[in-house]
Design a protein around this ligand. Sequence first.
Ligand SMILES: NC(=O)c1ccc[n+]([C@@H]2O[C@H](COP(=O)([O-])OP(=O)(O)OC[C@H]3O[C@@H](n4cnc5c(N)ncnc54)[C@H](O)[C@@H]3O)[C@@H](O)[C@H]2O)c1
Length: 358
Amino acid sequence: MPMPAIHMRAETRSVERRAPLTPDDAGRLTRAGIRVTVEKSRSRCFPTNDYAALGCAIADEGSWADSHPDEVVLGLKELPELPTHLRSRHVLFGHAYRGQPGAHALLRRFRSGGGTLLDLESLVDATGRRVVTFGYWAGYVGAALAILRFWDQLAPPLHPTTRRELDASLVRATSAEPRVLVVGALGRAGRGACDAVSRAGIEPTRWDVEQTRSIDREALRSHDVLVHAVGANEAGPPLVGPEDLDRGHSRLRLVADVTCDVGTPYDLLSLHDRTTSWDEPVLSLPRGGEVIAIDNLPSLLPIEASTTFSAALLPHLVRLGRHGLSDPVWRRVRTAFDHACETAGIDTSETTHQGVLP
Ligand SMILES: NC(=O)c1ccc[n+]([C@@H]2O[C@H](COP(=O)([O-])OP(=O)(O)OC[C@H]3O[C@@H](n4cnc5c(N)ncnc54)[C@H](O)[C@@H]3O)[C@@H](O)[C@H]2O)c1
């Protein structure tokens, strides 16, 4: 049996400094008998030399396209448009299993090349809960930005930073102490949000499913800032609407939409129809109030986000290396991939390993 191998590619977005594996965890994989190749990268938050020092082979950026089909190609965000036919097993956030824009074309590239998209979004345990996410740091950054905005200390454009720097900015420079409500407080993003709020010396109000079953509007409107960190997997009535930000009868003036399901059937906020960005993080709402809805929050804390993510992914990569797709977690992703292809009308019988699908 050939030695299992993982090829970590360089991310293509220049603002993306995160990595799915830290040098320490890549070293742990090599010690577990898995060969790790790391592409050079100009943007990754960890120096390439640190990976080399821990036993990883170093390769040029983009060399994954020539990697052996048995190698697992590991990345976070989107693949470049070439090569057209994808031969290997790729682990990444493909956003392609739920009919998202571009999903059909991506799935077809995999089918035509005989490869498999193992989408990190569908890496779930037996109860359906995702096993690797960036949720904690998304919540942490989202809540921190909201507090800074409340204090009028948010200075765009935003740049990747470290927790130490972010925490230093959360030392209160004004006497204003916002009342902060975190919804989804028992989840990963919610816990991160509560920790950031506590770091600012504020005790947040914590709501989860129990409190939103029948929402106490008066209680909700007695807060200045609401952090939406709910992970909903079904549509439901809005948690917050424009009337909740009405100056006449509500204190609420800022919503940090960490969940960022904007434009999907799962969106539980009926406030905004677009995300915001590092350049313009705050959106003023037509009927008053503001929203922060950045969909790449963890990229603002690349080292911390990568470290937490990598630690959670490591045991699953070991099992993928040792047992391949027969490991239950990976088998579920493989099944989800087949199902997504089927739903998209990409027939398995058309699959070739030669890349001749029209
Ligand atoms: N903006 C970003 O950059 C970013 C990054 C990572 C994750 N996210 C998103 O953050 C969300 C949360 O992720 P997570 O990892 O914390 O998920 P999680 O599964 O760990 O937690 C979700 C929490 O929401 C609670 N919840 C579900 N429905 C609820 C409801 N109706 N009312 C109140 N609480 C409810 C659950 O009980 C749970 O405690 C996800 O939608 C995820 O996609 C956003």
